[in-house]
Write a protein that binds this ligand. Structure first.
Ligand code: SF4
Length: 235
C-alpha cells in the first residue's frame, strides 16, 4: 500500500483534476442532508434532487417527519426505489432525533450511527458537509478507486476509511472522499478510462492489469517484417 506522502500527492493530483468535487445532493441544513443521503441509497443524486423539494416542503424538520405515516410518505419517495424500507428508516430516524436530540442532528459519529437507517457512510457525509466535522465517507466508488490506485487495500469500507484517514490530515478528509467519488463516477468507472486519468502513472491497477492486457492485445509482428536485408559485401 502507498505511503502517506504518496497518498497526499495522489490526492493533490486528483483534486486538481476534479476541482468541482462536492456532494451533488441539494440541501439547506443538516436535517435535509441526512434525509437526502438516506434516500440516495441505490439511487442517483439527480433523482433525489427531484423528490426532496416537495418532501422538505411537507416535512420541514424532524418533528414533522416523525409524525408522518408510511401511507403519506411512501408515494412522495416512490421514485427513489426501496421506498417502503426508506420510509420506515426516515420515520424511525426522525423519531429518534426528536426523542434523543430534541429534533436536532447531532454532530457526533456515535450518536448518528445509532439512528435507524444511518451507517458510517451517511454519517460521514452529513458530518463533513453540514456540520463542519471532517468525515471520509467510503462508498463503492471510493472503495474501487482507492484499492485500484493502491492508497488503500481492503474490501471493508470501515477498514478503507481508517487506512485513508490515517494518511491524510483531518482537514482533507471530506474533500478526499468527494474527489474519489467523482473520480469513480467520471474516470475510474468499473471499465476505467485510464488514458484520461491524472494518476495513471501512480496506479497499481494500471501497471498490473491494464498495461499488461494492452501489451498482450497488440498484434505480433513477424521477425522478418521490418528487418532490412543486409547485402553481403562486394568482393
Ligand atoms: S489509471 Fe485507470 S484504474 Fe487507475 S485510477 Fe486511473 S482510471 Fe482508475
Amino acid at each position: 500500500m502507498k505511503t502517506a506522502i504518496d497518498t497526499r500527492r495522489i490526492l493533490d493530483q486528483l483534486e486538481a483534476q476534479h476541482p468541482d468535487a462536492g456532494t451533488a445532493l441539494d440541501y439547506g441544513n443538516a436535517y435535509e442532508l441526512l434525509v437526502a443521503t438516506i434516500l440516495s441509497a441505490q439511487s442517483t443524486d439527480r433523482r433525489i434532487n427531484l423528490v426532496t423539494p416537495e418532501l422538505f416542503r411537507r416535512f420541514p424538520d424532524a418533528h414533522a417527519l416523525a409524525a408522518a405515516t408510511p401511507a403519506v410518505l411512501e408515494p412522495l419517495i416512490h421514485a427513489t426505489g426501496f421506498f417502503r424500507a426508506k420510509a420506515k428508516s426516515l420515520i424511525g430516524m426522525a423519531t429518534a432525533l426528536v426523542e434523543r436530540h430534541g429534533g436536532r442532528v447531532p454532530a457526533d459519529m456515535a450518536a448518528l450511527v445509532a439512528l435507524p437507517g444511518v451507517g458510517r457512510k451517511t454519517a460521514n457525509v452529513v458530518l463533513g458537509h453540514a456540520l463542519g466535522v471532517p468525515g471520509l465517507a467510503v462508498d463503492r466508488h471510493v472503495l474501487r478507486v482507492a484499492n485500484r490506485i493502491g492508497i488503500a487495500a481492503s474490501d471493508d469500507p470501515e477498514v478503507v476509511e481508517s487506512q485513508l484517514t490515517s494518511k491524510l490530515p483531518r482537514a482533507r478528509w471530506t474533500r478526499a472522499s468527494d474527489t474519489l467519488i467523482l473520480h469513480g463516477r467520471r474516470i475510474c468507472r468499473p471499465k476505467p478510462l485510464c488514458d484520461q486519468c491524472a494518476v495513471r502513472d501512480d496506479c497499481d491497477y494500471f501497471a498490473r492489469v491494464i498495461l499488461p492486457a494492452r501489451r498482450a492485445a497488440r498484434p505480433r509482428t513477424s521477425p522478418s517484417r521490418g528487418t532490412r536485408r543486409v547485402r553481403p559485401p562486394r568482393r
